[in-house]
Design a protein around this ligand. Structure first.
Ligand code: SF4
Ligand code: SF4
Length: 211
């Protein structure tokens, strides 16, 4: 974050400058045990990620293959923020919040990139259970290089011709658009109504079996 803007302090990573290998120690640095720099990413980083990394190091369990391509420990970097987000039902139907206080999915209008951001924030909650998206704020991928300068407001979704440009990376855009349009058409009234409310207005109802 301190490298944002004009980077007045010349802040840089130890082994990366943004997405690029390099940094203060150089891209090929290895410690005597063969480990590159371990990047416990996040702004701030999850306290459990720090503790678990230190415990693994102390136990000699943190080997190079336990890190991803950016040096982030895979015990949290193999998971997406989207996994375990309580707004998943809204995401499935593309039932979107329009303002930060609302409980729908924040991908379409409010800048959430939890479908592309690594971390287990919605599985291993912060401070006993919370996360950005649980608290009603979009995931801004603070575990990713260069997240600090997205080129738009953190709580805005950049769009082209009305379509969000930052769609999930592991799905062809045309499929996503087709599925999104089908999902929107099939959105239950309960989900659509609740998406733009700041609390559950329409609870689930039990349907009695016939006969
Ligand atoms: S708010 Fe973000 S993380 Fe949650 S379901 Fe929507 S896209 Fe996924
Ligand atoms: S939810 Fe996203 S922005 Fe929030 S701490 Fe986790 S990775 Fe960072």
């Amino acid at each position: 974050m301190s490298s944002a803007g004009e980077n007045l302090t010349d802040a840089m990573g130890l082994q990366f400058e943004g997405h690029h290998r390099g940094g203060l120690l150089g891209g090929t640095f290895r410690d005597p045990s063969g480990l590159p720099v371990v990047n416990v990413a996040g702004c701030p980083t999850h306290p459990d990620w720090v503790t678990e990394t230190l415990m693994m190091l102390a136990a000699g369990e943190l080997r190079p293959q336990a890190l991803d391509a950016l040096g982030r420990p895979r015990f949290y970097a193999d998971t997406l923020i989207h996994h375990g987000c309580p707004k998943n039902e809204f995401y499935e139907y593309k039932a979107s919040a329009e303002h930060l206080s609302e409980i729908g999915c924040m991908m379409e209008h409010l800048g959430c990139i939890g479908t592309q951001a690594v971390g287990d924030c919605n599985i291993r909650g912060w401070n006993g259970g919370q996360s950005c998206t649980r608290a009603g704020y979009p995931c801004i991928a603070c575990t990713a290089p260069e997240f600090e300068e997205p080129g738009h407001g953190f709580a805005e979704t950049p769009k082209f011709a009305g379509i969000p440009v930052g769609l999930p990376t592991d799905m062809p855009k045309a499929w996503f658009m087709a599925l999104a349009s089908l999902s929107k058409a099939a959105t239950p009234a309960r989900v659509a109504k609740n998406a733009t409310a700041d609390r559950i207005e329409v609870p689930p109802t039990l349907r009695k079996p016939r006969g």
